[in-house]
Write a protein that binds this ligand. Structure first.
Ligand code: S5P
Length: 261
């Protein structure tokens, strides 16, 4: 039996938030810390990705507003696929406004994100009012949660240590809704906090617009994060299933090494 010091299974048990518990349980039972970033512009492509790669991931991250052909049916179908393959849905909305505005953006508008997305995320920049607004829009549902953006993956981003520490403090103060962070290194020692890391490829590198990539090994083993978020590393590949399998295996191997060392 592998040693599980600080592992996902232990953290599932001690986590108070339903979404955190569910996420860690999925990760442990499916042996995956891969979150697919399904950044495609057609609904058919999104649903096909979710259905094909669903068995390999703990979460599918969407940018619902980039779909050229959005209709409410798409999210209904996505929820069905998520239930079938047992993964969480994470709408990467990056809320960034005052509480009163994000309240309408989260529950209303064309997308009604809080109806179908288990997890969403927000910038901590506006202060804790943004969390109050999102929480109000969720209507107290226990199966809705938020990640705060503590750090970004991009070159020259403005998040410094003071910003990061204040973000962690905000999360601590709102543990009934904030379950963790978007970050490039572990920022919180609280085992109930989940660290999601974007900017991941099998080889380090960058894109033409400031994105910077780290490897699954670096992110999970060296930097202590929990979930790798992978977009183009998978979606741009000629064989998405094969590539997703490679990311899933690399992420899990890095985790196993971290908890057994
Ligand atoms: O700092 C960040 C935060 C996020 S959520 N950097 C990011 O790249 N993201 C998102 O992760 C971004 O919006 C995109 O959906 C995904 C990375 O995509 P990739 O194609 O570069 O892997």
């Amino acid at each position: 039996v592998r040693c599980d010091r600080g592992g996902y299974r232990k953290r599932a048990v001690l986590s108070k938030h339903l979404v955190t518990r569910k996420l860690f349980e999925i990760m442990e039972s499916k042996q995956t810390n891969l979150c697919l970033s399904a950044d495609v512009v057609s609904s058919a492509d999104l649903l096909d990705l979710a259905d094909t790669l669903g068995p390999l991931v703990c979460a599918v991250k969407t940018h619902i507003d980039i779909l050229d052909d959005f209709s409410p049916k798409v999210v209904d179908q996505l929820v069905e696929i998520a239930n079938k393959h047992n993964f969480l849905i994470f709408e990467d909305r990056k809320f960034a406004d005052i509480g009163n505005t994000v309240k309408s953006q989260y529950a209303g508008g064309a997308y009604k994100i809080s109806d179908w997305s288990d997890i969403t995320n927000a910038h901590s920049l506006p202060g804790s009012g943004i969390i109050e607004g999102l929480k109000a829009a969720s209507g107290g549902r226990k199966d809705r949660a938020c990640l705060l953006i503590a750090e970004m993956s991009t070159k020259n981003n403005l998040a410094n240590d003071v910003y990061k520490e204040a973000t962690v403090k905000m999360a601590e103060e709102h543990g009934d809704f904030v379950i963790g962070f978007i970050c490039t290194s572990k920022v919180s020692k609280n085992p109930q906090h989940v660290h999601f890391t974007p900017g991941v490829k099998l080889k380090p590198g960058k894109d033409a617009m400031g994105q910077q990539y780290l490897t699954p090994d670096e992110v999970i083993k060296n930097r202590g994060c929990d979930v790798i978020i992978v977009g183009r590393g998978i979606t741009d590949s000629a064989n998405r299933l094969q590539e997703a399998t490679a990311f899933r295996n690399a992420g899990w191997a890095a985790y196993v090494q971290r908890v057994s060392s």
